[in-house]
Design a protein around this ligand. Structure first.
Ligand code: HGY
Ligand code: MN
Ligand code: MN
Length: 430
């Protein structure tokens, strides 16, 4: 091992290697699922992506294991026995028809960091762990960050048996289908005293960095999200034989609720809250039948916890009034609810100081999206590094981040981990 500590001598990430790894993961997509990348939680494809991660880390000589939640971890040992680990990583699953960078950017940055430490034979006192989380996206089951929630002890077997996807497959059955026993999930729980700090690199999924021409973002807080399924129950009947004044049209009521949600987000009392209805299921879904049942999947995001929950409550109250006036029924089911988090100042400052030391401009900003870091921060002091998203687009095949932009963020990530290794070393015993 090279005895020279390199906390200040920057390791420069290799953009070509990053590009090649992004392309390798992007190729793992459901055949016939349409454009972009589709690699959903707890599917064989997600496991193929973890197998690529495992192979690359094994080739670098690291110890690699997969836990009971399906998270894959690799460790490069430290030089001082008994110290807790420094960690980095992100997720390998995607939403349907996604881009190639959400989550993957943080995983390839972790791979590149492991590559740099190994090829330069860098010494670090703390062990460094590289993590590929399972099932971060809530797109399939509503519940986001399942792998990291299990690691943080925030989700247990009961939860896993109740969440279902559109085909009625439970989260637990999906886990079993790819070889994991949800009853064993508790074994995947991280022990806080085994970890010193965690830093995740992720694409911004917004347009602040690009619009301000800032290469790196240092995240101070991560939005919370409340996800609700509103079910409107009307009366299915013939579109030709049923006069307008005798209808109980579930889809028309649902459409009014979608616009109501949008108007609440525009209200000054809710300024900053983002409400979206990204999915509607109208049944029976026939052009000649008035919808008897319509389901709206609502996502409410905010960095202000009270406002997030008040917005959700107000939407349900006012949607109930819409349905009463229209003579249809309404039920509201909470699919998931995560609070906003403020990330610890100490890590934020380390990343910021590292950027300054490297002569790389940065900007402190909140995250509109949720992340595994939001869960891991419950048990390990966590930081986040953002790299720019082209046109602020994400969760779309148009999602883009330049290889050079990713390399800059990865250089900051590697240097930040080495700076933390220096900072967090116990004082020598006199
Ligand atoms: O939905 C989110 O915010 C994240 O991309 N999982
Ligand atoms: Mn995402
Ligand atoms: Mn993500």
């Amino acid at each position: 091992m090279n005895p020279v500590t390199t906390a200040l001598a920057p390791l420069t990430a290799d953009a070509a290697r990053l590009r090649q790894r992004i392309d390798t993961f992007a190729a793992l997509s459901e055949p016939g699922a349409g454009e972009g990348v589709t690699r959903l939680a707890y599917t064989p494809l997600e496991r193929q992506a973890h197998a690529v991660f495992t192979r690359e880390m094994t080739d670098l000589g690291l110890t690699v294991w997969t836990d009971a939640a399906g998270n894959t971890l690799a460790e490069r040992p430290g030089t001082r026995p008994g110290l807790p680990a420094l960690g980095t990583g992100s997720h390998l699953d995607s939403v349907p028809n996604a881009g190639a960078y959400d989550g993957i950017a943080g995983v390839v940055a972790a791979l590149e960091t492991a590559h740099l430490l190994t090829e330069h034979d860098i010494e670090h006192a703390h062990p460094v762990r590289f993590v590929a989380f399972a099932a971060e996206e809530g797109a399939r089951f509503g519940q986001a960050c399942t792998g990291s929630r299990i690691a943080a002890g925030l989700t247990g077997p009961a939860d896993l048996e109740t969440k279902q996807d559109a085909d009625g497959i439970t989260l637990a059955d999906a886990m079993r289908s790819v070889g994991f026993d949800p009853a064993e999930a508790a074994a995947a729980r991280w022990q806080p005293d085994e970890w010193a700090a965690f830093v995740e690199l992720h694409i911004e999924q917004g347009s602040v960095l690009e619009s301000t021409r800032t290469p790196v973002g240092v995240v101070d807080q991560i939005s919370g999200s409340t996800r609700i399924m509103l079910q409107v129950t009307g009366r299915a009947s013939h579109t030709g034989g049923t006069p307008m004044h005798l209808r109980a049209d579930a889809l028309a009521a649902g459409a009014e609720i979608v616009l109501l949600a949008e108007s609440i987000a525009g209200d000054t009392r809710h300024r900053g809250t983002r409400i979206s209805v990204g999915k509607i299921e109208a049944s029976p879904g026939s052009i000649t039948t008035i919808s008897g049942r319509t389901r709206l999947y609502v996502d409410i995001r905010d960095i202000d916890s009270d406002r997030q929950r008040l917005t959700a409550a107000e939407l349900v109250d006012r949607a109930t009034a819409v349905c009463r006036r229209r003579g249809v029924g309404l039920t509201a089911t909470t699919l998931a609810d995560a609070s906003p988090v403020v990330l610890p100042r100490r890590l934020r400052d380390t990343v910021a100081t590292t950027c300054t030391g490297l002569g790389i401009d940065y900007r402190v900003l909140p995250s509109g999206a949720s992340h595994d870091s939001q869960m891991i921060n419950h048990i390990v002091p966590t930081g986040m590094i953002f790299v720019p998203s082209r046109d602020g687009i994400s969760h779309s095949p148009l999602e883009r981040t330049g290889a050079d932009e990713l390399a800059t963020g990865t250089t900051v990530l590697a240097a930040s981990l080495l700076a933390l290794d220096q900072q967090l070393r116990p004082a020598p015993q006199l």
